[in-house]
Design a protein around this ligand. Structure first.
Ligand code: GSH
Length: 220
């Protein structure tokens, strides 16, 4: 089986990126990373849109067939590599884990997108400013929830196995800095993310993407 991951540094593709690194560490099964330079519009080419008509990362291509959407990609990575124990096998525990992952992906993540790219959602400067300030307030609430999850981590968000959720926690906290939110306001989450970053599969993905956590610039 061949597995390719189309990713962009610092983007949400970090989540399956970490999942595939965890699989590699647990099983030796490797994958081919494919860098997509969003700032150069590489996701807007006809070739890329043939993989993902939404022109977004991530895409996982398995034996030549593309799969999009983080929740589906993570579910596939887990089912194809059960030895890595990325998600619970018990039906209820698995549904709870997917519920959290879906919330990170369809609620917290798009709220950040509204803070970062309000121009995607409104024409006028006034409307964009309002969207941004409303989204920043919403994103703070979402981070608070992840901070509460981190307070109960044992030691990872799903319990004894490092998983996709820990990677998403890193990504969301990293994005907080771009939204002008000080990560030190979420001490449990910050401490958790620092532990997550030290885990070898996460460190490998961070090194490949060349990303750092400290994106926050305090107002002068
Ligand atoms: N729901 C999608 C979200 C993907 C997404 O938001 N990707 C962003 C990066 S975090 C992207 O590719 N943005 C490029 C663009 O929209 O131009 C998924 O789960 O895959």
């Amino acid at each position: 089986m061949t597995v390719e991951l189309y990713f962009a540094p610092g983007a949400c593709s970090f989540v399956p990126h970490v999942g595939l690194e965890i699989v590699k560490a647990a099983t030796g099964r490797d994958f081919t990373p494919k860098l997509v330079k969003l700032h150069k519009g590489e996701h807007q080419t006809p070739e890329y849109k043939a993989l993902n008509p939404d022109a977004q990362v991530p895409v996982v291509v398995v034996d030549g067939k593309p799969l999009t959407q983080i929740v589906a990609i993570c579910d596939w990575i887990d089912r194809a590599n059960p030895e890595a124990k990325l998600l619970p096998t018990d039906a209820w525990a698995r549904a709870q884990a997917l519920s959290k992952l879906a919330w990170m992906n369809n609620t917290a993540h798009p709220t950040f997108t509204h803070t970062f790219m309000p121009q995607k959602f409104a024409e006028s400067e006034a409307a964009r400013a309002e969207i941004k300030s409303t989204a920043v307030a919403g994103f703070r609430k979402h981070l608070k929830r992840v901070d509460e999850w981190a307070a109960g981590a044992k030691p990872w968000l799903l319990g004894d196995t490092l998983s996709f959720h820990d990677a998403y926690a890193f990504t969301l906290l990293r994005w907080a800095g771009y939204a002008g939110i000080d990560p030190s306001g979420y001490p449990k989450l910050l401490a958790h993310v620092e532990r997550v970053m030290a885990a070898p599969p996460v460190a490998a993905a961070i090194e490949r993407e060349r990303v750092k956590l400290d994106t926050y610039k305090a107002a002068a």
